[in-house]
Write a protein that binds this ligand. Structure first.
Ligand code: ATP
Ligand SMILES: Nc1nc2c(ncn2[C@@H]2O[C@H](COP(=O)(O)O)[C@@H](O)[C@H]2O)c(=O)[nH]1
Length: 463
């Protein structure tokens, strides 16, 4: 993959490429983040609801602890909890009645969290199974393997969990850097409820937590040939550390000089349809006779690189993203006239006459759609390219001086083994054995599965 964004003049088309090691932020979530009517955490101050493996030494008989010590973490077994120390249960025990107390067994790398009548068991006994998810349904007495959406953590060997607002489980990975440690498993958010209807199965979805304040992604739409790609390339060239391009999938054939994985992920109808069915796409649409779509991963890659994500998608796709709550800024680019649009499309020389006619027919409908109330936040007329680019930068609130400014990265901590968590309102206290306690602040949390959960802050306890 080339390490440079192709220069505008170097390609007969101007679709930007993804810049390796550049980025943006965010995935969206289809449930528009948390429902503002719901509290993120509903425990009384000082309450805790923690599930963790007590000992991370794989070679020893380490018991798995489930703590039931608040109303937020339902005790499905109706065990009378003693004052003080919480009871220790084990994953294998979940399906038993527990009428005679607790059977103590070892299970490495597994934790369990109870949500209503379901117990979510996260992890397994080895590297391969360490991020699997199983559900024990107390009503049916059966184990269920759910459909799992989103990008899962590579390995969860050693982790602690806490239930948030009865709809998502916060998982802190042990023994890694803080920027890799925060994960969410959504179990009953609006997104999960929608997906359950679609898949007609149990569904859970992973979402990686992003520490720091990522800027809103940018969706740029407009008719073919209007200059979207040209403007995006200018932005990425001037601000290479600030923006990253969401590389779409398409079933159209590559143009000369277009590279797979850089300008598009070129694929076939069959493969793309399968991927759509399995929930890999944030949005997709049939455009000019081909399928185009933005995968969840395409946006995540940019977010993970710490950059602001730019999506170049058609109006149908913009509508879907608007509904999905990516919480993006939506910009529609118009040509100064229809004649000028046709001139640019022909001058680009990338389409056959038949394709140009099709694109021009579709442009008429898109120009109408661009006026739809509530869809686009900004309309840009691309007359003179330099003037239009200046207006785009104004919309995004950026100036040349920002280019020199260092990217402010959140401080990264090492998270040791043997963590324990407690939650106090919207803050999670991370106890790290002898090391300094950390606080994970969820009060500005946004986004969520199937993409990233953003707006998190982690700092030392006394800050
Ligand atoms: N303001 C402008 N004035 C004149 N030509 C322009 C202007 N903006 C872009 N162009 C040219 O118009 C052609 C189409 O631009 P571009 O490829 O960026 O369009 P696009 O909107 O990304 O198209 P598509 O949706 O098909 O990818 C290119 O050859 C580009 O150099
Ligand atoms: N809905 C989506 N539309 C997309 C996506 N990627 C590109 N596009 C739009 O398709 C047309 C044609 O692009 P071209 O590269 O064949 O000229 C253009 O309007 C793009 O904005 C996508 O992922 N989803």
């Amino acid at each position: 993959m080339p390490s440079q964004t192709p220069k505008r003049s170097s390609l007969p088309f101007n679709r930007p490429s993804r810049q390796p090691n550049s980025s943006i932020d965010h995935p969206f979530n289809q449930n528009k983040g948390l429902d503002p009517r719901e509290e993120i955490l509903d425990l009384a101050p000082g309450g805790s609801c923690v599930s963790k493996r007590l000992n991370t030494d794989h070679s020893t008989s380490a018991p798995l602890f489930f703590h039931f010590s608040s109303s937020d973490c339902v005790n499905p077994l109706n065990i009378a909890l003693p004052q003080g120390e919480a009871p220790a249960l084990f994953v294998d025990d979940v399906q038993k009645s527990f009428s005679n107390g607790f059977d103590l067994k070892q299970k490495d790398f597994e934790t369990a969290v109870v949500v209503g009548h379901k117990t979510y068991v996260i992890g397994g006994t080895d590297e391969l199974t360490s991020s699997r998810v199983r559900i024990f349904d107390k009503l049916t007495g059966e184990w269920v393997i759910p459909t799992i959406l989103g990008t899962k953590p590579e390995s969860l060997k050693g982790h602690s969990c806490v239930l948030l607002n009865k709809n998502r489980i916060l998982i802190i990975k042990e023994n890694c850097k803080s920027n890799e440690s925060v994960w969410f498993l959504e179990v009953d958010t609006q997104f999960i409820r929608d997906q359950k209807k679609k898949f007609e199965t149990e569904v859970v979805a992973w979402s990686k937590g992003v520490i720091g304040n990522a800027e809103r992604p940018i969706v740029i739409s407009g008719p073919s040939g209007v200059g979207k790609g040209t403007l995006i390339n200018m932005l990425m060239k001037e601000f290479p550390t600030m923006f990253g391009f969401s590389v779409s999938h398409t079933t159209r054939a590559p143009r000369e000089k277009e590279q797979n994985g850089v300008h598009y992920h070129f694929t076939t109808h069959g493969v793309m349809e399968e991927d759509i069915k399995s929930g890999k796409f944030l949005e997709f649409a049939a455009v000019h006779g081909n399928l185009y779509g933005t995968s969840v991963e395409a946006v995540d890659v940019v977010a993970d690189a710490g950059k602001r994500c730019i999506l170049d998608i058609d109006v149908q796709g913009a509508r879907l993203v608007r509904a999905s709550s990516l919480e993006a800024i939506f910009i529609f680019v118009r040509p100064p006239s229809f004649e000028e649009l046709e001139k640019r499309l022909r001058a680009r020389g990338t389409e056959t006459e038949e394709q140009i006619q099709k694109r021009l027919r579709n442009a008429k409908a898109e120009l109408e759609e661009g006026n739809s109330p509530g869809l686009f936040d900004h309309i840009l007329v691309n007359d003179d390219i330099e003037a239009c680019y200046e207006r785009l930068k104004n919309i995004l609130g950026i100036s040349e001086s920002m280019n020199a400014a260092p990217v402010t990265a959140s401080k990264v901590f090492d998270l040791s083994v043997d963590l324990s968590l407690s939650k106090i309102n919207e803050k999670i206290l991370i106890n790290r054995g002898d090391a300094e306690q950390k606080v994970l602040d969820l009060s500005s949390m946004k986004g969520g599965a199937p993409g990233r959960t953003r707006g998190l802050d982690m700092h030392a306890f006394d800050q």
